[in-house]
Design a protein around this ligand. Structure first.
Ligand code: FRU
Length: 920
């Protein structure tokens, strides 16, 4: 992240820099522009327009020159202001074409002071503070005009009308002077009539009437063509053809004005007055290049007569076309140039972008490289971590597997212990009952107590397994806590006396009242798990408290919580171990023996109740366990809903009333008319059961499933009592085989096993088991279960029979049980065949698909009658109904119901119903 942001900063910087780089690039392409500022005092005539055109044409030859033009519109003040504007714009060269010789003096000097090169053109000014002057040689024009006018002198006298340009401007002054000088030198006297035309047509037209002798003039000398044309028109009109020898001289010979006038004869002679436009631009360039240039440049001039004017005009037209062509080409060039510039700029931009791209690529490449390196490092780190966690989880798995294997081992071991314990406890209890008033009773009671303790240890192992598998749930009941706690307390009274321990118990309620006055309400908790908690804590206390020590057991019940405190003055638990005591396999030091699961179970059972348990201890002083259960406890399953039928244990506190005990003894002492098949692979248990159950039933035995099936095949069995865990096929499989075989499906099966897991019991029921008894068991209980089950079966059958007896056709609605279907089928066949006196049991067993033996046992088991008797009874009941409903003759009824002789029918009828068929 850090590196990425560093690079992002660099890239952003580069991107910011880009416009600057592009700008720089653009500037290197464009050389600095140079500006020529032109101040024209007017643009109102063709000569001035030609001058500007010439300058523009010249400027266009330079890439870096630009012309900035100001038109003062013949206003001297405006011209001054405009020149100042150009100065302020920092033009590189200032060109002034002044209106007269004085108006702009100050501002031109100002430009000079500011170091701006200044070119004065056409008209001179009365100051030396400019860089150079350039213009036509006006004096020479005057002289040439004089020379051309001379031939029109008559007797050395020449009558001239002189039309002046602005008298304050130098071209007017010089043109006059040259003219006068030339004629004087030629010895001609000049009689001049002059007016002020001020270079303009309007002004000339205004002053023309001032000419005193229009008819006398032989020559009109006008300082420019504009004024010459106006004067010529005027005079020719005024003189009205009187004398045509008027020679008109003008100046400028500019196309679209004077040149056309010369060509068409309105003016006789003109002088090409150079605009100097091209030269001004060249001079400007030289000035800006630092070249030295002359202070004054006066350009030569030529006279233009009609012929040369016409030539010039045609040349001009061609020139014009050529110029237009050039202009078009220039425009095209400009366009191409601008495209080129654009491409050039684009190329530069593209190149720059490429550069940026390359730079970016380099950065990205570097970032990538670094990221790759970091990724690689990260991957390596991850790989190592994964490897470590893989190893760890492998280790964990191995540990889990080892733990599970140990657990399995201990569980199996516990089951193994429980089986012989059954064999020890059951006869012990029997002996205890029989030796109540003998000297052996005490020893036997001790043995029984210790066997029970052993059993509770084993159960604890199994509880542990259940907790570990997450299979443990609360089985709550309404419990009178005080009574339960008192009883639990009493279990350790003997031990307290034996070890001379001061052992106290107290039970308190919210207000501290005695429970006798105000009985505390029962609380819904799991009494067995709570017993487990208290027993573990108490036995722990007794284990670690030396002789003469103190153990206190205090219970406090309030509506919102139950608190149990068990404190001892034993060896105590070091502070650093106090957190671990509730962990699995914790054992308080090497010197202490124990499974290390007692406190673990305490923690788990308390947590199941939603409570907490904590320990306070000081080594060699005291240890105090405090269990807090918030009330009410949210209970999962209700004990009363449990499907398991476990043997009630004396330790659970269930005691028979004397009356019930008596009833039970009597029932068990009576030999029942049932036969029971015991299936058990352990010979000792099998024998034990065989002997004990033999007191009440006819018993058969088998040590495995196959043997059991053989017994069933041969013998009539009322009930099968089978162990689940057997070598070879197990009890579940036997149960399944019995329940799926129509020959035996009626026989109830009770599974007898050490397994007490709920799901295994459920599995037993799923395969059709009728009952389930877990070891250790008492024989009396087993007997009771057998008797009750068989009695219930008997009642069920009687109910079913009764329905058939009433003649109900129950085939279609027969319940799905194998026996019910068997009976339904039997009745169906009998309905069909009872009228046939030859129909016998062989045919019936064929039709039912059973051997005669099986049919016999099945029918006998279900109906209490042999198949022959049952068939006979069926016929007799049909006959009785016929007799009652039809008043038929006895012999008819006898034959109709399948009896071969009426006499035999009557005999059987009397035996069955106590009366003869005829009602005697
Ligand atoms: C144009 C003009 C020309 C003349 C020149 C003298 O404005 O009047 O006709 O030759 O100026 O400055």
């Amino acid at each position: 992240m850090k590196i990425a942001s560093k690079y992002f900063k660099k890239i952003a910087f580069l991107l910011l820099l880009m416009p600057l780089l592009l700008g720089a690039c653009h500037n290197t392409n464009d050389r600095k522009e140079r500006v020529i500022g032109l101040s024209q005092h007017t643009m109102g005539d063709q000569w001035r327009k030609a001058m500007v055109r010439d300058m523009q044409a010249a400027v266009s030859n330079y890439d870096d020159l630009r012309l900035e033009i100001r038109d003062a519109e013949n206003d001297p003040q405006k011209q001054v202001a405009q020149i100042r504007e150009l100065i302020n714009q920092d033009v590189d060269v200032l060109v002034v074409s002044p209106i007269d010789s004085v108006a702009v003096i100050d501002v031109v000097e100002e430009a000079r002071r500011k170091g701006i090169p200044t070119i004065i053109t056409d008209r001179k000014i009365n100051t030396e503070e400019y860089t150079t002057f350039i213009g036509g040689d006006n004096y020479e024009i005057g002289r040439k005009a004089g020379k051309a006018a001379a031939p029109y002198a008559e007797r050395d006298t020449l009558q001239v009308a002189e039309i002046w340009g602005l008298a304050s401007s130098t071209p007017a002054q010089e043109r006059h002077r040259g003219f006068a000088d030339e004629l004087r030198e030629l010895g001609i006297t000049v009689i001049t009539d002059s007016i002020q035309g001020s270079w303009r047509q309007d002004s000339t037209l205004l002053h023309l009437p001032e000419l005193k002798h229009p008819e006398r003039y032989r020559v009109v000398y006008s300082h420019n063509d504009v004024m010459a044309m106006a004067t010529a028109d005027y005079l020719r009109n005024v003189r009205a053809g009187a004398d045509s020898s008027l020679f008109v001289i003008g100046v400028d010979a500019v196309p679209e004005a004077g040149l056309e006038a010369v060509a068409d004869g309105r003016i006789d002679l003109s002088f090409l007055y150079p605009t100097a436009g091209e030269e001004i631009v060249r001079l400007s360039d030289e000035l800006l290049n630092g070249d030295s240039i002359p202070r004054q440049i006066e350009l030569p001039t030529v006279g233009i007569d009609k012929a040369s004017a016409q030539n010039m005009l045609s040349l001009y037209e061609r020139l014009q076309a050529y110029q237009n062509n050039l202009l078009l080409k220039k425009e095209r060039n400009d366009l191409l140039l601008s495209r080129f510039r654009f491409l050039e700029n684009s190329l530069t931009v593209i190149l720059l972008l490429c550069l940026v791209l390359i730079a970016l690529s380099l950065y990205i490449w570097r970032i990538n490289k670094q990221v790759r390196i970091q990724n690689h490092a990260l991957q390596e780190k991850n790989r190592i971590e994964e490897e470590q966690s893989r190893k760890l989880s492998q280790l964990n798995r191995e540990i889990e597997e080892a733990t599970a294997a140990k657990l399995r081992f201990f569980t199996n071991l516990s089951h193994e212990i429980r089986t012989p314990l059954t064999l020890v406890m059951a006869p012990l209890r029997k002996l205890l009952q029989e030796t109540q008033n003998t000297p052996y009773y005490k020893e036997l009671a001790l043995m029984e107590r210790n066997a029970r303790r052993l059993l509770s240890e084993v159960n604890r192992m199994l509880d542990f397994r259940k907790i570990e598998e997450g299979a443990e749930v609360l089985e709550c009941e309404e419990v009178a806590v005080e009574l339960l706690m008192q009883e639990l307390k009493s279990y350790f009274d003997g031990l307290a006396t034996l070890n001379a321990i001061h052992y106290t118990f107290s039970f308190g309620t919210e207000g501290g009242d005695s429970a006798e006055q105000n009985p505390t309400p029962p609380v819904r908790i799991d009494p067995h798990k709570m017993e487990n908690v208290v027993r573990n804590l108490l036995s722990n206390a007794f284990k670690f408290t030396p002789r003469g020590g103190t153990i206190s057991f205090d219970v406090r019940q309030t509506p919102s919580q139950l608190e149990i405190r068990i404190a001892d003055t034993g060896s105590g638990i070091p502070a650093e171990m106090q957190q671990q005591v509730f962990e699995r396999f914790y054992s308080a030091g090497k010197s202490h023996t124990g499974s290390g699961i007692g406190l673990y179970l305490v923690g788990k059972y308390v947590a199941l109740h939603g409570g907490t348990v904590r320990v306070e201890s000081e080594p060699d002083r005291f240890t105090r366990f405090i269990v807090t259960i918030p009330l009410p406890v949210s209970c999962g399953t209700d004990r009363s809903q449990s499907v398991a039928e476990t043997m009630p244990d004396a330790a659970d506190g269930y005691q028979l009333t004397p009356e019930k005990g008596e009833m039970l003894t009597q029932l068990l002492a009576t030999k029942q008319a049932y036969s029971v098949l015991i299936v058990e692979d352990d010979p000792e248990i099998r024998n034990y059961l065989y002997e004990n159950l033999g007191e009440s039933f006819t018993v058969h035995q088998a040590s495995n499933v196959d043997e059991a099936m053989r017994v069933l095949d041969k013998t009539a069995v009322s009930l099968v009592l089978s162990d689940v865990m057997m070598s070879g096929e197990n009890g579940f499989e036997l149960c399944e085989r019995i329940k799926q075989d129509v020959n035996y499906a009626h026989i109830p099966v009770i599974l007898l096993t050490a397994l007490s897991m709920e799901e295994q019991q459920l599995y037993g029921f799923a395969v059709g088991a009728d009952g389930y008894i877990t070891k250790p068991f008492s024989v009396a209980y087993v007997k009771m279960r057998i008797i009750r089950l068989l009695q219930e079966k008997q009642k069920e059958r009687e109910r079913l029979m009764a329905r058939f007896e009433q003649g109900e056709r129950v085939v279609a609605e027969a319940p799905p049980g194998v026996d019910d279907q068997f009976l339904a089928r039997l009745y169906e066949i009998l309905e069909e065949v009872y009228t046939d006196s030859h129909y016998n049991v062989e045919r019936l067993s064929d039709r039912m698909g059973m051997s005669r033996g099986h049919l016999y046992r099945k029918v006998k088991e279900i109906t209490g009658l042999s198949p022959v008797e049952f068939l006979r009874m069926f016929r007799l009941k049909k006959a009785r109904r016929l007799l009652q409903e039809t008043h038929s003759h006895v012999s008819e009824v006898a034959y109709a119901t399948g009896f071969s002789s009426p006499a035999y029918f009557s005999k059987c009828y009397k035996n069955a119903f106590g009366t003869t068929p005829s009602g005697d």
